[in-house]
Ligand binder design. Structure first.
Ligand code: NI
Ligand code: MN
Length: 225
């Protein structure tokens, strides 16, 4: 199983011949200018919430791939009004068995409106059980005690925001790693905008000192999960 970073919180996970894309925000991101969104061709697009830096390329990529979108019910309804009728709506606490594995939608502490101002329901994270691994994609979130509910899920890899200002910063992400009892962390949601610029070396050092395997990939870089 491998994952590829496309900037901000956008990742692909390739598992069992299926491609899962998370929170596509590529064309408005100058750091990701070399990525061609129409070459991605995901089978599924998982959307954590409605903010522009998570859905900017959602409709365009869905149209060029016919991907099934996995998201909260309110975003699925919004997509229906924009001509996309294959979204799979879920809600917090619910799980569903897809052909690549199981997805459970979990709590995130944040806000959610669509780019046109429509309500986006609650923000969410995902726990994905696929290829014998358990993966937690936190979305945009604060540190929350709800993360302790994942401590006995044996999470192999966790995608956590570390950019501060809009989400957890590095220090709270370290606490989150401990709450969820996971030693393999992929950082996201940093450096894209001035207010979420971080010192990558300092951030990595803090995780390493805590005994955590931290990955902060370059845009376009893939990691084996
Ligand atoms: Ni957000
Ligand atoms: Mn965001």
């Amino acid at each position: 199983m491998k994952t590829t970073f496309y900037g901000q919180s956008t990742f692909m996970i390739e598992t069992g011949g299926k491609k899962l894309l998370f929170d596509p925000f590529i064309t408005p991101n100058p750091m990701a200018k070399d990525i061609d969104i129409h070459s991605l061709k995901p089978d599924y697009i998982l959307v954590s919430h409605g903010h522009g830096d998570h859905v900017a390329d959602l409709v365009a990529i869905q149209k060029s791939s016919d991907a099934i979108i996995i998201c909260i019910a309110e975003i699925a309804n919004w997509l229906g009004k924009h001509g996309i009728n294959n979204a799979h709506g879920m809600n917090i606490g619910g799980g569903f068995n897809f052909d690549f594995g199981r997805v459970k939608m979990v709590n995130a502490v944040h806000s959610s409106t669509m780019p046109d101002g429509a309500p986006g329901g609650n923000p969410a994270g995902f726990v994905i059980y696929t290829g014998g691994k358990t993966i937690y994609y936190a979305g945009d979130t604060a540190l929350t005690y709800d993360m302790k509910l994942l401590a006995d899920e044996n999470v192999d890899w966790a995608y956590l925001p570390i950019g501060d200002n809009y989400t957890m910063g590095v220090d709270d992400a370290l606490k989150a790693s401990s709450f969820i009892n996971c030693k393999n962390i992929i950082g996201m949601h940093y450096d894209t905008f001035p207010v979420i610029k971080i010192n990558k070396e300092e951030a990595a050092e803090k995780f390493i000192k805590a005994g955590i395997n931290i990955k902060l990939p370059e845009i376009g870089e893939s990691i084996e999960l």
